[in-house]
Design a protein around this ligand. Structure first.
Ligand code: IVH
Length: 665
């Protein structure tokens, strides 16, 4: 018989190993062993839901949707840093500090300047209470439910000397690897890409559904203490170590410097190493190390007087536009691309830069033959910043989007509601190529032996035009492709054949419906259960699925109304592609349908997640806070202020008993 003490021990063990994994990146047990511990915890919590506390490792993702983020007043204002951009300005800051502190033996803490979103996080008795954005410095948005999903953020501090109160300042960011993967998904779905990891982090932190936020690869580091009781630390440098001991993720590179030369040498090393770091930084921060001196120096207006940012310039290079070409996407969107004279910039050779759309080219008046400044700043994708008009050759003309598709010659069309210009010909060879390559790609049908070069060959030989043609390929046809001998032929045929057994969500993704990515395809599959149902769903039904908005709903409707698409889906099913149905529970016309629920207090028989799931399965919605739009408040024991508010607004209150009765209605 396991006791509450065992439960607490298990929680501690998991917190400990999570820190080793997510914060220190140095796990000491295998993933399987970790999963086993986690599973044991889940089982224990299922048997004893009354033991669950918000800081339990299982409670990271809160199911409730929010309609916005409550504003929270900062206990200590979140001030900013003055910026410097040159060696001289930084030198002047150091001289000023020497003068104000009264001597020239001032020690400085020099740190990476993370390029993310500033946050402040409060722990009371070691337990995470809330996380808030900077906002206007005086108050910010309470983004706790999204922050809790960031795996490197401890829900509970560890160690022997946990302060009664700790408010820490830090930065939420998205590492390059996760950012690239996210943008690839967006590209596959035909959606607009995030311009840089900082925007992606900001957007993710403001998602209204914490379950979506949980899928975003966010990380966090802390670099300062706003408030702490008791506060035994004397220097900023000691803070870094202290925070790390409590299990908080801290800056990976910091230095203590005693002179400007040391600071400059450190900044130069960081600048050089910048491109090898797995995340974006935009400079270094120099802080007076002594906390007593910091307090004495205070602030001026909105900036601390004792710290300064030294910002690195975005890396730029000058090169020449050889040509402006037009790329045709899977859905026919035409994108102008600058073909550049290759130039080395910030760690890689750049020979192309996207020009986004025709309006952007016109605005900057970029012409073939122009000498341009390109930049790779916070943005991973290089961009053309400006044109050097002095170097413009004679007799050039403003660039114009061709009136025909560069690939198939079809007259182009402009989307009435977008800036995008498209080739409307679905038989355009470039569109066919991209569509089939996408169909076969890893997240879709996962036909691993069918790379883009093979697709190009198959199209060139006239063997495939639609994805369904892949399933009719013969040995004899594949044998005609360059380099295909017996073994390769058999491999390709086997992997095509294997892809016939496919999960419904992958199949939906593979169809290449506009605006549908991996996540949305899963939502559709889980709701519809099979292709027939999906094809018949109305716009209203689609929009009732949580996470599906009007743009996606319209795209799905348009897809299934198009006779060519209908015929292709039919052909795919005829050649034996058999998407696996997903079991869905249908509660049509349930009293919970379209009703807004708020949950409060502790339920005896359900975790909050379970209750939320039961409501959603019956067509209801769960939101975070009580408002006039709330239909039901489901109240367990120790309900809190939401109950008072609901009573005030005359909202129907359900206790657990009546909730249970309603479920089977
Ligand atoms: S100290 C709250 N240290 O830079 C002001 N800030 O430009 C004191 N930042 O809002 C901040 N890395 O979001 C500090 N090592 C670091 C930092 C850092 C990034 C951000 C922070 C701040 C902004 C000011």
């Amino acid at each position: 018989m396991l006791t509450h003490r065992d439960y607490e021990r298990l929680c501690h063990e998991i917190w400990h190993h999570s820190k080793l994994y997510y914060v220190d990146h140095a796990p000491v047990i295998s993933d399987e062993a970790f999963d086993a511990l986690y599973k044991k915890l889940e089982e224990l919590e299922a048997a004893h839901p009354e033991w669950i506390t918000p800081e339990s490792p299982t409670q990271r993702v809160n199911e409730a949707l929010t309609s916005g983020f409550p504003t929270v007043q900062h206990a200590i204002p979140m001030l900013s840093l003055a910026n410097t951009y040159s060696k001289e300005e930084l030198q002047a800051f150091i001289a000023r500090m020497h003068k104000l502190v009264g001597h020239s033996n001032v020690i400085f803490s020099v740190e990476l300047k993370m390029d993310g979103i500033a946050i402040t996080v409060r722990y009371e008795k070691g337990v995470l209470v809330h996380g808030v954005t900077r906002g206007d410095g005086k108050s910010g948005d309470d983004v706790t439910s999204n922050l809790r999903t960031v795996k490197s953020l401890p829900l509970k501090l560890i160690g022997d000397a946990i302060p009664d109160l700790l408010e820490v300042r830090g930065e939420v960011f998205m590492p390059h690897q996760g950012f690239d993967a996210l943008n690839k998904q967006k590209e596959a779905a035909g959606d607009e890409l995030w311009a840089n990891p900082r925007n992606a982090a900001a957007g993710s932190l403001k998602l209204l559904d914490p379950r979506e936020a949980a899928k975003r690869p966010l990380e966090v580091v802390f670099y300062g203490i706003a408030e702490m009781h008791p506060h035994p630390l004397a220097t900023q440098h000691a803070c870094h170590h202290y925070l790390a001991e409590l299990g908080l993720p801290t800056l990976p590179i910091v230095a203590q410097c005693a002179s400007f030369d040391e600071i400059w040498a450190f900044a130069s090393r960081v600048h050089e190493a910048r491109r090898t770091l797995p995340f974006d930084i935009d400079g270094v921060v120099v802080k007076v190390d002594s906390i007593r001196d910091q307090k004495r120096l205070g602030y001026t207006g909105k900036d601390y007087r004792w710290a300064v940012a030294y910002k690195f310039a975005a890396e730029q290079a000058v090169t020449r536009v050889r040509e402006i070409t037009v790329q045709v996407g899977r859905t026919g969107v035409l994108t102008p691309v600058a073909e550049l004279e290759p130039i080395f910039l910030a760690g890689s050779t750049i020979s192309r830069a996207t020009l986004h759309n025709a309006e952007e080219v016109a605005r900057k008046d970029i012409r073939v033959g122009d000498t341009v400044v390109i930049e790779k700043g916070g943005d991973v994708i290089p961009k053309v910043v400006s044109v050097n008009l002095d170097k413009r050759p004679e007799h050039t003309h403003p660039w114009r989007m061709p009136q025909e598709c560069p690939c198939c010659g079809t007259p182009i069309e402009r989307d009435p509601d977008e800036v995008a210009i498209r080739c409307p010909n679905r038989d355009c060879p470039e569109q066919i190529h991209r569509r089939i390559a996408f169909f076969a790609s890893k997240d879709a049908m996962d036909i691993d032996t069918l790379g883009t070069k093979v697709v190009a060959q198959l199209i060139k030989h006239g063997f495939v035009k639609n994805p369904s043609d892949l399933y009719r390929l013969t040995e004899q046809q594949i044998g005609q492709l360059p380099g295909f001998k017996e073994k390769a032929i058999a491999n390709l045929l086997t992997s095509i054949d294997r892809s016939r057994q496919v999960e419904l969500s992958r199949f939906i993704l593979a169809l290449g419906i506009r605006h549908i990515g991996v996540g949305t395809a899963e939502l559709l599959a889980n709701k519809a259960g099979d292709m027939e149902t999906l094809a018949k769903m109305s716009k209203e039904e689609l929009m009732r699925i949580e996470g599906i908005g009007e743009i996606v709903a319209d795209a799905v409707i348009a897809y299934f109304r198009d006779p060519d698409q209908q015929a292709e889906v039919q052909r795919l099913l005829e050649v034996g592609v058999a998407p696996k149905s997903v079991a869905v529970v249908v509660y049509d016309g349930h009293p919970f349908q379209d009703k807004n629920f708020v949950l409060t207090g502790t339920l005896e028989h359900y975790t909050r997640n379970d209750a939320a799931k039961l409501i959603k399965e019956r067509g209801g919605k769960v939101v975070g806070s009580v408002s006039k739009k709330t239909d039901y408040l489901l109240a367990g024991s120790d309900p809190g202020s939401k109950l008072d508010k609901a009573k005030e607004l005359g909202i129907t209150i359900l206790d657990e008993e009546s909730f249970r009765k309603f479920l089977d209605n």
